[in-house]
Design a protein around this ligand. Structure first.
Ligand SMILES: [Zn+2]
Length: 175
């Protein structure tokens, strides 16, 4: 089978199957495709960008925070639209039920309220969205945190969304 790129004859296994082509295989062999893709990435730098992101998560996070601050309305509109969707509403209901179950009897509702007040203050001070988050998540495969004053922390919103419920402070000490 002939490759129209490198003009060499190769067995069919050397070509990617492609039903949109008349012969059922790509006209370029896999080796040529690979070279072409590498060249494309070299020119456009896409994998380099990804590598950079993996090496510099803090910088990417800072960029996201800056972007969100500069595009507040756009971001708010997206979040609002999600909140109105069926999936968004269902999640709010679920969260409320989980939180209600996680409030211990000794929780100090006034102190909890203070944390939420501090959140508003922090938002105004830093100009970014701040979430009240649970240091130990209410829901994870390993532990169940409580909705009480000692387990509440303030986080820039972007961190809260990035963080998944699989880690908590001193998790390695507890293990
Ligand atoms: Zn070729």
């Amino acid at each position: 089978m002939n490759c129209t790129k490198c003009k060499s004859d190769k067995p069919p296994e050397a070509f990617a199957k492609n039903r949109t082509m008349r012969r059922g295989y790509s006209y370029w062999c896999k080796a040529c495709m690979k070279l072409c893709l590498a060249e494309y990435h070299r020119k456009h730098g896409y994998p380099a960008q990804q590598k950079y992101g993996r090496r510099n998560p803090e910088k990417i996070k800072a960029m996201n925070v800056a972007w969100n601050a500069a595009n507040k309305e756009r971001r708010a509109a997206t979040i609002q639209a999600w909140g109105r969707s069926a999936a968004g509403r269902a999640k709010v209901v679920r969260r409320r039920a989980i939180k209600a179950r996680a409030i211990p009897q000794w929780a100090d509702s006034k102190k909890i309220l203070d944390v939420y007040k501090a959140r508003i203050a922090a938002q105004e001070l830093f100009g970014v969205m701040v979430h009240v988050d649970h240091a130990v998540p209410l829901q994870s495969d390993f532990v169940c945190g409580l909705h009480c004053e000692d387990n509440l922390v303030l986080l820039p919103a972007i961190d809260n969304l990035v963080k998944s419920n699989t880690i908590w402070p001193d998790m390695w000490e507890a293990a």
